[in-house]
Design a binder for this molecule. Sequence first.
Ligand code: AMP
Ligand code: MG
Length: 489
Amino acid sequence: MRKLDQLNFANTFARLPDTFYSRLQPTPLPNPYLVSFNANAAPLIDLDSTEASRADFAEHFSGSRQLPGAEPLAMLYAGHQFGQFVPQLGDGRAILLGEIRNRAGELWDVQLKGAGITPYSRQGDGRAVLRSSIREYLCSEAMHGLGIPTSRALCIVGSDEEVYRERIETAAVLTRLAPTHVRFGSFEVFYYRGQHEHLATLADYVIDRHFPHLIDDADKHRQFLNEVTLRTARLMAQWQAVGFSHGVMNTDNMSILGLTFDYGPFGFMEAYDPGYICNHSDPQGRYAFDQQPQIGLWNLTCLAQALSPLISQDKAEAVLDGYAPAFYEHYTRLMGAKLGLSNATQEDIPLIAALLKMMQASQLDYTRLLRSLGNFNSAPDANNSGLRDQFVDRAAFDGWASSYRARLLHETGTDSARKMRMDAVNPKYILRNYLAQTAIEKAEKDRDFSEVDRLLRLLGKPFDEQAEMERYAAAPPEWARQIEVSCSS
Ligand code: AMP
Ligand code: MG
């Protein structure tokens, strides 16, 4: 493990033509202090965790001190925002320090989010607030704990610098790690500018690093689109299965690697409602929970359009036709596993759909109900009252339970073995908005970051029973209904 001044920067993105980015230095946060450090992410960049206790650690991750080997830059991109094309976006407040090649040979981007104004800031102030930095920090690590591909988070550095949002807040810098921050919009910008020569450069850059098995493929650009399509389809299936809503699925927030990316007004669904809208700034529900799979495809269509100088229309269409089957196959398998079915098929969809419908009618908490389903007793005379009593329509539950029991006869193993399988895929702990809110309020009021650290630990192991943490798995309190999360961050 390495000290801060020995990190192994490789900076391959900075070797691309300078049209792809703007070089610049971060704007230091005044009087920075460490809010939280995630020791679990430190090995990704070979960082010795004890470095976090250095007096100048916060200065390194808030722009005051440069890490030796870093070549800071803001990446250029464009994107479709809420359906409208915006020709130039780019990192308006994020600065890529560079990529680190770790001992395992992996490249990890080290990015400071909230590190000041860049040429792409438009009207923005280049800052991120402590509130949204805590939300992203916790959620990206929670998603990782859930086994869902995501960017990671190394630390948050805070400051008393005031930032104006819907109210006055304080600025913070989140250090984000990801294998790359290239996104759909990174391609769109060159397509719409007519700089088509850069499309192949960028595609080959991504292929070389992340899809090396395609390097010598005669049809590598088509295969590349195919890989992105399949990864995106699988990611959408994972979001749907865990009840996650991203909130701002603009093409500039879609990772080319199919990672969950750019956390803003996200939300984990509580009472099951397919039309759930987590983002208060999206009243039309463009990015409502049940829209996500089709928005994933819409966004891929934008990517395919941007890649059209490299891939013929017929081929691109054939690739995109693979999206829906890949999504459904993965979704069926994941949802089946949540019900304890080891090889779920299309034929199991009605059983799954019927359960969701009953959950919606009874406004049951998605996570809690599925977790408790592990206790289902499949004996013919069992009435499963603990589960049954949660549903308003008991007769409907009884009907469903007998179908479920019949289906379980095709599974091997005991009820307790099934419960173990189900507990490994139905999380006990998720990042509920009110849990994040509680940690944020403590941090903002008293500079007390203990709750951030506690949630970070808890959510790293979301499937485990954690005896002292039982209350974090409880139903949300009444006041949680009042929390509104918007694009402002
Ligand atoms: P987001 O909705 O966070 O994905 O951001 C969309 C675009 O707005 C990106 O180009 C961001 O870099 C930019 N942006 C968001 N917030 C700010 C800010 N406070 N200052 C400058 N640019 C911002
Ligand atoms: Mg973004």
